[in-house]
Design a protein around this ligand. Structure first.
Ligand code: PAF
Length: 282
């Protein structure tokens, strides 16, 4: 496995693979890799000959009060895990490689509608930052396929829309959320939880499952189900940011007519913001 830091080196390596007719997959990450990321790399290696994993902590997607500087950077461990998982190439550019003129002067990609609401409402500018860097990574690597986790359901919807709208010749694959034995979705943020918080955290997925069961049983009073779920989170000691039942494609509030719905939740446990989701057919 090779690690490259510049676009020039990346393109040189990729040219060689392309000349040999290899199919290329991209797995974009911000590093601090856990089993969830590794499952994306494995998924990518099932569908392509060459797997490029990018590790770039993207400053454009962090809000003013979000802790960019303290985001865990664990390159050595990440490289070892990626090698074991079958990544061919790691691309880990410096900020100056991605944003040579600084953030303020850089072109931005805005994806309307699916970026609005849910995390988009709580984290203004976040999806603009994600959409911009993902567009650049796709243009830099020009993969046949790119793999993203379903854990970030809204992010996946944003990326699907931007690649469709901008006619980008890439297949976007969503890979299922990897969970701990007690149901907690694997996330870099779980590492921030204290022991007592970690014991409470599975309530997030439990609340999703309880709400999904109510919908499966035929309830259509979605606002009431959302309220009940928020109350359950508060009762367990969390501070819900939102608990929304949405149309799985548009991410707009679900209506009785929607056959595919997704339940999306974000809740604070102490200072840590956990997100999760669950999709179901009605
Ligand atoms: O999901 C992430 O880790 C990031 O949002 C991504 C897709 C790598 C873009 O920076």
């Amino acid at each position: 496995m090779r690690t490259v830091h510049t676009l020039k080196e990346l393109r040189t390596m990729l040219r060689g693979y392309r000349l040999k007719g290899k199919r290329v997959a991209l797995v974009p990450t911000m590093g601090n890799l856990h089993e969830g990321h590794i499952s994306l790399v494995r998924r990518a290696s099932e569908t392509a000959d060459i797997v490029v994993t990018s590790i770039f902590v993207n400053p454009m997607q962090f809000g003013a009060f979000e802790d960019l500087d303290n985001y865990p950077r664990t390159l050595q461990e990440d490289q070892e895990a990626l090698e074991r998982a079958g990544s061919t190439l790691v691309f880990t550019p410096a900020n100056s490689e991605i944003y040579p003129d600084g953030l303020a002067r850089h072109t931005r990609v805005i994806v309307p509608e699916v970026s609005e609401g849910h995390c988009g409402a709580s984290r203004p500018g976040h999806f603009e930052g994600v959409a911009t860097v993902v567009t650049m990574l796709l243009n830099m690597v020009q993969p046949d396929v790119a793999v993203f986790g379903e854990k970030d359901f809204q992010q996946l919807a944003v990326i699907r829309k931007l690649t469709r709208d901008l006619m980008m010749p890439v297949e976007i694959v969503g890979a299922p959320t990897i969970r701990e034995n007690d149901g907690l979705a694997k996330s870099s943020r779980n590492g921030y939880l204290s022991k007592p918080e970690r014991a409470i955290a599975p309530v997030v997925y439990q609340t999703l499952q309880d709400a999904a069961e109510k919908i499966r049983q035929g309830r259509t009073d979605f606002s009431m189900i959302e309220w009940e779920a928020s109350q359950a989170l508060i009762y367990a000691g969390l501070r819900p940011d939102y608990f929304n039942i949405a149309n799985s494609l548009t991410l707009k509030p679900a209506t009785e007519e929607d056959a595919e719905v997704t339940l999306l939740v974000a809740a604070f446990l102490g200072a840590t913001r956990l997100i999760d989701n669950l999709s179901l057919s009605r």
